[in-house]
Design a protein around this ligand. Sequence first.
Ligand SMILES: C[S@@+](CC[C@H](N)C(=O)[O-])C[C@H]1O[C@@H](n2cnc3c(N)ncnc32)[C@H](O)[C@@H]1O
Length: 234
Amino acid sequence: MTKTVTREANGCLDDVRSFLDDLHAAWPGPPLTLRNVGLAVPLLAILWTYWQLPALRVENGSVDHCDPLRTYGEITVRGMHTISRIAPRGGVFLDIGSGHGSFVLWAAQEGFNESRGVEVVQERHEKALRSAKAGTATTFRLGDVLNHLDLLNNTDLVFWNNLCFSDETSQQVTEAFVQRAAPGARMVTLAELEASGISKLTMRRGEVPVEMDWREEGYLPYVYMRRASQASER
Ligand SMILES: C[S@@+](CC[C@H](N)C(=O)[O-])C[C@H]1O[C@@H](n2cnc3c(N)ncnc32)[C@H](O)[C@@H]1O
C-alpha cells in the first residue's frame, strides 16, 4: 500500500502548501509568528499522517479507518500459493476487489478452470484487462461487487481482502457466498465476517499467514466453508 501513498504524496503536499498560502493571505488577526507556526506543525503532522498513511489505518479492518478506493496493496505470489493450498485447485476462483488482476491471472495459470475478478476502480480494471492473456479462462468485471454478485455462482475458492469494506457489503457478499458458491467452497478473508447466525457456513483460522506486499508477516486468514446444502437451512 505504501506505493500509492508515495505517488500521491506530492499532490497532497502541493494542496497543503496552497492551503497555507491562502490562509496566510486571508489572515485577519495578528501576523503569523514563529510561535504560531510552531504550534501548527504538530497539527499538520497529525493531518498528514491521517491522510497519507491509510496503510496504517486499514489494519483494524474497519471501513471507518480507511478509504476503500485510495487504499491499495497486493497479495504477493507467496500469499497466492498459501491461499491456493486451502482448497483443491481446479474449479472456479474469484478475487473480490481484484485490483490489477494479478491473483486472477495467477490462478488461471495455476490450475483453476476459470478465474474471475471484480474491481470498482476503472484504471485498475483496465490494467487487469491489458494483462489478461488470450486463451486463458479469465473474467474481469468493472464495478461494485454488490452489482456483480452473480460472479459468486459456482465458485470453489474466493479470496477477499476485506480489510476495507463496509459492513453492508460484508453482509451481502457473505449471504451471496452461502447462496451461490459450490457446496464445500472456501472463502478466504483477511478480516472476520459477521457470520455467526449462518448455519451453512463454518469458519476456521488459517494456519499459515498470507503475505501482502505491504506486510511481510502477513495476515492469518479466516477460512469460511460453505457446507453442503440442506433444504431447511439458511
Ligand atoms: C487491497 S486491494 C486488493 C487487490 C487484489 N485483490 C490483490 O490482492 O492483489 C482492494 C481492491 O478492492 C477494490 N474495491 C474496493 N471496494 C470495492 C467494491 N465495492 N467492489 C469492487 N472492488 C472494490 C479497490 O478498488 C482495490 O483495488
